[in-house]
Design a protein around this ligand. Structure first.
Ligand code: CP
Ligand code: NVA
Length: 303
């Protein structure tokens, strides 16, 4: 039976660490010039309904890097844009390719595709989650900090898809996560409650960014208006004043705190240019690690 990757909450701690451990090995092997061929003869289709630079290119490069093939489809050029049901799309795709990587709006789209698909469906971002991104982010934290033990991770900004996947990661992997979000922009209540119960109280939501930053080992942020929220951009610019990750906020964290941003970044909004491009930022390492984590994901799900 196909194993889908729709959200981190569907996996155990050991399974999540296995992706990261494997990605670290694949990264080392690639650096050593080892050629991988484990997906020779396999093809994935990627259906993207939203823009992407990193996720698209790193999934494609990962698939080719393992010897496989990719068919990229912009959703608006498929019959989905003319209301062909997701069910029929899943049934047809299952006859052509060995896996589907999907970027879309509603989480119910990937859930529906997975229901009818006999091939693995991998979530490459929905409005609710960005699981593959957070795996590469956690990999980056482990590379920089050695392990997740005793780490405090602060999230500053919107309680969005990235925040939700960080919440699921914290619940499963057991690190402290303090999210500072403006009123009305906290992560989804039911999802948060479930993760808090699982984590034994190591996940909290506060209003003050300084509380998230204080003594943090990791500070993490993301855009104030995600894809699909363009009409709220101006209103969000007002609401999120005071939530910028800048030198002042960073002064409350541990001196060796690292700063994460999944990119694309809006310099001068959620993060200052100085911090994004400064010595504590690991944003471009996160971006690189997407390639390696996607190889690990494809190897596990498609091989
Ligand atoms: N971080 C990330 O998912 O980037 P893209 O939107 O460019 O894929
Ligand atoms: N929260 C952002 C992440 C982009 C990678 C968005 O959904 O647009």
């Amino acid at each position: 039976m196909a194993t889908h990757l729709l959200r981190l909450g569907d996996f155990s701690k050991d399974e999540l660490f296995a992706y990261i451990d494997r990605a670290i090995v694949l990264k080392q092997e690639t650096a050593a010039g080892i050629r991988h061929t484990q997906l020779t003869g396999k093809t994935i289709a990627m259906i993207f309904e939203k823009a992407s630079t990193r996720t698209r290119v790193s999934f494609e490069a990962a698939m080719y890097g393992l010897g496989g093939q990719v068919i990229f489809l912009s959703a608006k050029e498929t019959q989905l844009a003319r209301s062909e049901p997701l069910k029929d799309t899943a049934l047809v795709m299952s006859r052509y390719v060995d896996g589907l990587v999907v970027r879309t709006y509603g989480q119910e789209v990937v859930t529906e595709l997975a229901r009818y698909s006999t091939i693995p469906v991998i979530n490459a971002l929905t409005d609710l989650f960005h699981p593959c991104q957070v795996l590469s982010d956690v990999m980056t934290v482990i590379e920089k900090k050695g392990s997740l033990a005793n780490l405090k991770v602060g999230w500053v900004g919107d309680g969005n898809n990235m925040a939700n996947s960080w919440i699921e990661a914290a619940a499963k992997l057991g690190f402290q996560l303090v999210l500072a979000c403006p009123e009305g922009y906290a992560p989804q209540e039911d999802l948060l409650k479930e993760a808090q119960d699982e984590s034994g109280g190591r996940i909290s939501v506060v209003r003050d960014p300084v509380e998230a930053a204080r003594d943090a080992d990791v500070i993490n942020t993301d855009v104030w208006a995600s894809m699909g929220q363009e009409s709220e951009q101006q209103e969000r610019l007002d609401v999120f004043q005071g939530f910028q990750v800048d030198r002042q906020l960073l002064s409350h964290a541990k001196p060796d705190c690292i700063v994460l941003h999944c990119l694309p970044a809006h310099r001068g909004e959620e993060i200052s240019a100085e911090v994004l491009e400064g010595g504590q930022s690991v944003a471009f390492d996160q971006a690189e690690n997407k390639l390696h984590i996607h190889k690990a994901i494809l190897e596990k799900h498609i091989a």
